[in-house]
Design a protein around this ligand. Structure first.
Ligand SMILES: Cc1cc2nc3c(=O)[nH]c(=O)nc-3n(C[C@H](O)[C@H](O)[C@H](O)COP(=O)(O)OP(=O)(O)OC[C@H]3O[C@@H](n4cnc5c(N)ncnc54)[C@H](O)[C@@H]3O)c2cc1C
Length: 486
């Protein structure tokens, strides 16, 4: 058996990929190479297109079968998988793709999906092999540098480290120490860094499997239940966390089932609503953390430096781009994808559309960035850390520096004036988005989307289910993922 990692330069040239993601992945590969070497055969690394690499290994060594993990990636990896499948068929080589989580390929219907998730996660983990027979005459190959892949410099000084050791430490510290305040502390960027699990890059790049995380969490829940207590906030925290593991696959399933949502509005009623070519000045100000809306800018700068952000602040950043700045979701979505070390297309694109209001089945949630600042950063510590330009601004004006009498000393000089009047912009956006939701054609398509993708526990009623009251699409019940944001 040849343990192989194919580095595909063309993948790393895609607009959603970035240097920080590669830095994380290359740390993972380097560690895995050493771990496999200790078993007898180091990981072999080859660069090039997957088909070309497989073909050249086949010519040299004769490939009899191929195993890989099953991936719900972006459109580029989907096309690559089709090419690899074709190559395997042409060569008569069987290809076994192992399922990674709760996402199901060629799923007929969402009914019963959650139960299938539970069954899959409860199956025993596959143990690592005790030894790997060493293969002679195969060079392990070098792990490419960012410049080998023509990646642009991407400084991310506080990025999480890659590798299985880091993943295991992160999981253990969360379920035994950090996680107790999960429910109360997850929404603030001040406390979220410590209180959230921070497992997302490990789940995205495979240094932990979903089954490992789910089973470790269940085990800890059983221990807590069996112990005399007091349990503090642990029971609620772990139950909440466990629910989010379902959400991960609930979202990934959406992209698996409808790959076009990486590029197209899920609900066509929003086609043409925002200009296809976003306003370049607004996009740049948002992307650089220079909108003049201090909490938004602090979140963007923090994300740029750390590669991570909690759910609520990701949602707010996307909502400000989509509503207040009225930018089509695709370019802001690509920018966030590049900034996230944990970029996971199957979560990312459905979330981007949900926070932009283009799914047709979710409540339109327009965050007030000033209120979020007051709620989540009441003493201004977070804004002060990321916006040193505002050092002189008194606490009570930190979230709205333009209201300070002496704002003229700073605004337009070291820090920008707000790029929009956020209240007026939100009002205008709300009117435009709701206008697109009127009419029976809108509702019919929304129903199709709900039937295909919606949570079976909540959301719009499914076709055929008895409705309690006349449907008013302004009052669609919340999906569980929205409840967390409210
Ligand atoms: C616009 C936007 C884009 C996003 N893009 C990504 C992305 O590219 N990659 C990514 O992993 N997450 C993404 N998320 C979801 C969520 O914000 C992150 O999963 C979470 O913040 C990661 O931190 P954590 O591991 O500490 O999460 P925890 O709160 O500790 O949750 C544990 C795990 O559950 C899953 N999870 C948690 N919240 C969600 C959610 N709302 N939807 C789906 N799965 C969830 C993730 O796998 C996460 O790692 C996005 C959210 C938004 C609003």
């Amino acid at each position: 058996m040849l343990p192989l990692f194919i580095v595909e330069p063309e993948l790393w040239r895609q607009p959603d990929m970035s240097g920080r993601q590669w830095a994380f992945v290359s740390e993972c590969i380097t560690e895995l190479r050493d771990s496999l070497a200790a078993l007898g055969q180091p990981l072999v690394v080859r660069s090039g297109s997957a088909v070309e690499v497989l073909q050249s290994l086949h010519v040299e060594h004769g490939v009899t079968a191929l195993w890989s993990h099953q991936e719900t990636g972006n459109a580029w990896t989907y096309a690559r998988d089709l090419a690899v499948g074709e190559w395997c068929r042409a060569k008569g080589i069987p290809w076994q793709e192992e399922r990674q989580g709760g996402t199901i390929r060629r799923l007929g219907s969402r009914n019963g999906w959650a139960k299938r998730w539970d069954t899959f996660m409860a199956e025993p983990e596959t143990p690592p092999p005790p030894a790997l027979p060493s293969l002679s005459g195969i060079e392990p190959g070098a792990v490419p540098s960012p410049s080998d892949l023509s990646l642009r410099p991407d400084a991310c000084p506080e990025r999480q480290p890659g590798g299985m050791r880091a993943a295991s430490t992160c999981l253990q510290s969360f379920i035994t120490e950090r996680g107790e305040s999960y429910r109360t502390a997850m929404s603030s960027p001040l406390t979220g860094f410590e209180a959230c699990s921070r497992l997302s890059p490990h789940l995205a790049w495979g240094t932990l499997s979903m089954r490992q995380v789910a089973q470790t969490t269940w085990q800890r829940q059983r221990e807590i239940k069996a112990s005399p207590g007091p349990h503090g906030a642990w029971r609620g925290a772990l139950s909440s966390f466990s629910g989010r593991l379902h959400w991960r696959c609930h979202f990934t399933q959406k992209l698996e089932d409808e790959a076009r949502l990486e590029f197209e509005n899920l609900h066509p009623a929003y086609d043409g609503l925002r200009p296809a070519e976003p306003d370049a000045v607004r996009l740049e100000a948002w992307a650089k953390g220079e909108t003049g809306l201090s909490f938004v800018d602090a979140c963007m700068r923090s994300l740029t430096a750390t590669g991570w952000m909690n759910f609520r602040m990701r949602a707010m950043l996307m909502a400000v781009a989509s509503y207040h700045l009225w930018l089509d979701w695709r370019k802001p979505g690509e920018h966030l994808a590049r900034l996230f070390t944990d970029y996971e297309p199957g979560i990312h694109w459905p979330q981007v559309q949900m926070q932009s209001g283009t799914t047709g089945i979710n409540t339109v949630r327009i965050y007030n960035p000033v209120k979020q600042g007051h709620d989540q950063d009441p003493d201004g510590h977070f804004v002060r850390r990321w916006l040193p330009e505002l050092a002189e601004v008194p606490d009570r004006f930190l979230q709205e520096p333009w209201k300070w009498d002496e704002a003229g000393r700073i605004l337009g000089k070291t820090y920008p004036h707000p790029i929009v009047d956020h209240l007026a912009a939100a009002k205008e956006a709300r009117q435009k988005v709701w206008a697109a939701r009127r009419g029976s054609a809108f509702r019919e398509e929304a129903q199709r989307i709900q039937d295909k993708h919606g949570s079976r526990k909540s959301g719009m009623p499914l076709t055929g289910r008895k409705r309690k009251a006349k449907t008013d699409n302004r009052q669609l019940p919340l999906l569980p993922e929205e409840e967390a944001a409210s």
